[in-house]
Design a binder for this molecule. Structure first.
Ligand SMILES: Nc1ncnc2c1ncn2[C@@H]1O[C@H](COP(=O)(O)OP(=O)(O)OP(=O)(O)O)[C@@H](O)[C@H]1O
Length: 584
């Protein structure tokens, strides 16, 4: 996407406000330039003795009226132009967020959340600054600055040339200082981010910190980050502290030149006293446009670079998307076939799944097991079409999943990830979503997910607020909340990634029974716990991204060493656990 194309709809949408703001700004500039002309007449009138009391009152009233209009129009341009830039900011943020939500798992694998956050915050802020204050600074630099110089030239060419000598220094200093200020400010923001992240990490892992006595280490780390943050803040303060004195120095230098040379010209009779005073007023008006000239180039450059970065993200298209001739899928029986599927997370990276072929009849119960890293999750993610295979085919009810409408496919397949995702809100919202829900069904789902006791132990029951990522819940409670969510909205094809890894064997048994009670769907469950998969119609044993063996429990006990050995170890562990429970 072209960077300016990204901005165009927002400019077009807010064009009236933008134009009104621009007109107000022009009027403020015009009126500001008028005041020195009034002052000139007063001073000339007074020096020649032509001005009477009535004239003074008239001139005074003119200045008051001009000042009033300037105040009103200044409010007008701020409201319209800065308001437009804020609207552009909001529009861009909404579009970016909506676009990011359309992107797929491969995109998020390759882009760090921190980078995306900085697109959504500092890049959008830079665009806002460029389209708001950048436009104001540009208009003032060109029009107000140009007109002020024009009036000065009208009074005296040579005096103007002399007065302009320090001006390039103002432009240059503002340019250098604003670049440095921006760098300092970014460093301050990063320092604050590092510090916040460190504190967040320490608090969210407070149990580990306490158990391993890591308090002093965390303290030292925070102290180091805090010192670093202070140093960055001081550096910013030094730069901003230098800016104003430098400006005052250069403007006073220009004033000294004009007082000397201009005063001499008045004595020589080359300009009138009124012209001299008006010239000084124009010189005063010129300081801001000169600063704006230096600032504007920075704002515009930064805004353009940020706009390019935003356009790059907005130009990203999801790789997992509907084919041009995608077909609808109104319902599914949940039968799945995988034909020679190969897959790697990265194109140049290692192959994670190799030559996987499987036939999963509709309504069957399938268990997937294998050592850690053998590819169980990757396989489920391909079945859910979170990724596409590099080669081979995945068919749902005989139709290639890549030929089906993604939105329809998502309704037919439910993937329950290993780490249940819990958002901050109530338990009800987490289980039932934010829409209306049938209370009976909700209660039944919570009962089946073995959540009843847990809910009864919370004074607010389903209305209990859970913290960010469900920090106030135990691992097992989170898994049961996720299961209740699944039971409330079952789909014809259920893909469950180790849904009972964090609960005891008895609770796991009940949770699996609840899943078994769901009729008419195909259930594929990956787990290290053999008791969770041993009753499956088909068990798939994975190893290094390949299918090592398939069959039911009886067959695998006879035919596969890994399966038989692991089963015996787990059965022994379970027996030992039962014995030790008996002792207590
Ligand atoms: N997003 C990713 N990007 C790159 N590599 C990945 C990604 N996710 C997993 N992998 C790699 O893919 C391989 C298979 O991982 P996968 O999560 O499928 O294993 P698993 O059998 O489910 O393991 P576990 O039992 O520990 O959950 C591993 O080598 C892992 O490091």
């Amino acid at each position: 996407m072209k960077p300016y194309a990204l901005l165009r709809p927002h400019i077009v949408e807010n064009r009236h406000l933008f134009l009104a703001g621009f007109l107000f700004l022009l009027m403020v500039n015009g009126l500001q330039l008028w005041i020195p002309r009034v002052v000139k007449h007063v001073v000339d009138g007074l020096s020649t003795g032509e001005a009477g009391h009535g004239d003074l009152l008239r001139y005074g009233l003119t200045v008051v009226v001009l000042a009033l209009f300037i105040a009103v129009f200044r409010y007008g341009w701020r409201h319209c132009l800065i308001g437009t830039s804020r609207k552009i900011e909001r529009g861009l943020r909404d579009r970016l967020y909506a676009h990011l939500l359309t992107l797929d798992a491969p995109f998020f694998d390759q882009n760090r959340t921190g980078d995306l956050m900085s697109r959504a915050t500092s890049d959008i802020m830079n665009v806002r600054m460029a389209t708001g204050m950048g436009i104001v600074a540009m208009t003032d630099a060109i029009l107000l600055g140009g007109a002020a110089v024009g009036f000065m030239l009208w009074i005296s060419g040579p005096l103007t040339l002399l007065a302009l000598i320090p001006m390039p220094f103002i432009v240059l200093t503002t340019r250098l200082m604003s670049t440095r200020m921006h760098k300092n400010y970014t460093a301050v923001q990063e320092g604050l981010g590092d510090m916040t992240e460190m504190v967040r990490e320490a608090f969210s892992g407070i149990r580990v910190v306490k158990v391993f006595g890591m308090g002093p280490l965390m303290d030292t780390r925070l102290r180091r980050l805090s010192d670093d943050y202070l140093a960055r803040r001081m550096s910013l303060a030094r730069t901003t502290g230098l800016m104003m004195p430098a400006m005052v120095l250069f403007t006073n230098l220009a004033l000294a030149i004009v007082v000397g040379a201009g005063g001499w010209m008045v004595i020589e009779g080359r300009i009138s006293t009124g012209d001299f005073v008006a010239f000084l007023s124009y010189l005063g008006l010129l300081t801001w446009p000169m600063m704006a000239l230096g600032w504007m180039t920075n704002l515009i450059q930064r805004g353009r670079a940020s706009l390019e970065r935003l356009a790059a993200v907005m130009g990203e298209a999801p790789r997992i998307r509907d084919a041009a001739d995608a077909r609808p899928l109104l319902s599914s029986e949940g039968g799945l076939v995988l034909k020679n599927v190969c897959f790697g997370f990265r194109r140049e990276g290692p192959e994670v799944l190799s030559d996987i072929s499987l036939v999963i009849p509709p309504g069957s119960r399938v268990g997937i097991t294998g050592p850690p890293g053998s590819g169980k999750t990757a396989l489920l993610q391909l079945m859910a079409r979170l990724y596409d295979p590099d080669s081979g085919q995945i068919l749902l009810d005989g139709r290639d999943v890549s030929s089906l409408r993604l939105e329809d496919l998502r309704r037919q397949i439910l993937f329950l990830p290993q780490e249940p995702w819990i958002f901050s809100g109530t338990l009800r919202d987490n289980i039932a979503g934010l829409g209306a829900v049938d209370e009976k069904k909700l209660g039944a789902a919570c009962r089946a997910a073995q959540l009843e006791e847990t809910l009864a132990s919370f004074p607010m029951g389903l209305e209990t607020l859970v913290g960010e990522r469900g920090v106030t819940l135990s691992g097992g409670q989170k898994q049961r909340v996720a299961l209740a969510r699944t039971l409330l909205n079952p789909a014809p094809l259920l893909l469950l990634d180790d849904p009972v890894s964090q609960v005891d064997t008895v609770t796991a048994g009940r949770m699996l029974e609840a899943l078994d009670s769901l009729e008419g769907n195909t259930r594929i469950l990956a787990s290290h716990r053999f008791s969770a998969i041993s009753h499956a119609d088909l068990i798939v044993v994975m190893e290094n991204g390949r299918i090592r063996a398939t069959g039911d429990h009886q067959r695998l006990m006879q035919s596969d060493d890994y399966y038989a050995k692991t089963w015996r170890i787990q059965a022994m562990e379970a027996a030992l656990m039962e014995d030790s429970h008996g002792d207590f």
